[in-house]
Ligand binder design. Structure first.
Ligand SMILES: [Zn+2]
Length: 385
């Protein structure tokens, strides 16, 4: 019965391939699982298992099969059958007549190929997937799909460019990108939504370039009113990551309170000294778009000075953000009655595209090209494929 249900499900997900539809595009390898003794995969579509880059499959499995994989050094054990481990890994792919192929891991369907590797004596599972299929599982995780189409298109291009530019990020671990927020959140077909698919298809292959090279297309949730110059966030100056104004200022307000004792202790630890009891905080008032000695051009905090009974400590805005778990570095900080109140705007590092900002520009009638040119200065769109 179970098998019949899977076979029926396959009728809707595994269509026959027409060769004209198979256009070239780069593939990405996404690390899904690492450090396992055993792996179980479900195969809703007809599948083939290959020993490394062998031309002939070692196994062909009907739709609805389940795979249990372990390893013993020089070989893998797949449903009890020994297959060679030649160092290239084990590939589980669509049978030749199957399109829209998926394999299922922990109840999540992934498009593309499953690659099983042995790393440090344990099993790792990598999803080798076409860039456009990868994006279908990423864009809806990064931006709500009921947002304007032009904002979704801008997000699709930023995510595509980011993925292709950062594809060596996990090279040492044997794959391109991880599947969580460290790179981009990717949950496979489970995340896919029609509106995001449409935005991806409308911009297929389009990437952002600066002087002909892919850019590091960083993005964040909300700038608060102005994005930031790259050198004020991580030290290196990139000509396309410049502070630009938003349609609206003072957006996404937030507030945190801390005891003065905790703030003094964290400030002291960060500057390797004991500053005693916190007496005063030195920080100019926030005015978005206005720099000062302790604020950047956008108004983000460069540095706060904490004056205590035993000494002073200067702590950078970026360090404070991570020490106190703040949403951004665009904030005011005040002390009264042994309480420190931090009131700020925006969410994220402030570099590149602001997602909420893109939504506002799209609602005001701007197209995705203009939105991207605004957030990534001096860049050009290029159709890579
Ligand atoms: Zn990562």
């Amino acid at each position: 019965m179970k098998k019949n249900v899977l076979a029926l499900a396959c009728l809707f997900s595994c269509f026959a391939l027409t060769p004209a539809e198979a256009a070239w595009q780069p593939q990405l390898s996404i690390g899904l699982i690492d450090g396992q003794e055993a792996l179980t995969l479900k195969l809703p579509c007809k599948s083939q298992v290959f020993e490394g880059n062998a031309k002939k499959p070692a196994l062909t499995l009907p739709a609805g099969s389940q795979l249990s994989i372990t390893h013993g050094g020089s070989h893998f054990s797949v449903n009890g059958k020994k297959l060679k481990n030649n160092g290239e890994g084990l590939f589980i792919k669509a049978a030749p007549d199957v399109k829209d192929y998926v394999f299922t891991l922990s109840q999540k369907d992934y498009r593309g190929t499953a690659k099983i590797m042995v790393r440090h004596g344990k099993l790792a599972l990598i999803n080798v997937v076409d860039t456009e299929d990868y994006l279908k599982g990423v864009v809806p995780e990064e931006m709500p799909t009921d947002w304007p189409a032009e904002a979704l298109k801008a997000q699709a291009i930023a995510a595509r460019t980011y993925a292709l530019e950062n594809r060596k990020r996990h090279e040492g671990e044997g794959f391109d990108l991880c599947a969580n927020n460290h790179c981009q959140q990717y949950l496979g077909r489970k995340s896919e939504k029609a509106a995001a698919d449409k935005a991806i298809e409308a911009t297929v292959g389009e990437v952002l370039t600066y002087q002909g090279q892919l850019i590091d297309a960083l993005f964040h949730t909300d700038s608060g009113g102005m994005t930031e110059n790259s050198e004020d966030v991580w030290g290196s100056k990139l000509p396309y990551l410049r502070a630009v104004e938003e349609k609206e200022k003072y957006t996404k307000p937030w507030k945190n309170t801390f005891t003065a004792e905790r703030v003094a202790s964290l400030a002291g630890k960060s500057s390797h000294k004991d500053i005693g009891d916190l007496k005063r905080i030195e920080l100019s008032s926030l005015k978005i778009g206005q720099s000062s000695k302790d604020r950047t051009v956008s108004g983000r905090v460069k540095q706060v000075v904490f004056v205590g009974s035993k000494g002073r400590a200067a702590v950078s805005g970026n360090d404070l953000r991570s020490l106190l778990g703040l949403r951004s570095t665009m904030f005011d900080m005040k002390m009264s009655h042994k309480q420190v109140t931090v009131e700020g705007y925006g969410w994220g590092h402030g570099l590149g595209l602001s997602q909420w900002g893109a939504k506002k520009w799209a609602e005001a009638g701007k197209g995705y090209r203009d939105i991207l040119k605004h957030y990534y200065q001096h860049t050009a769109l290029k159709k890579l494929y």
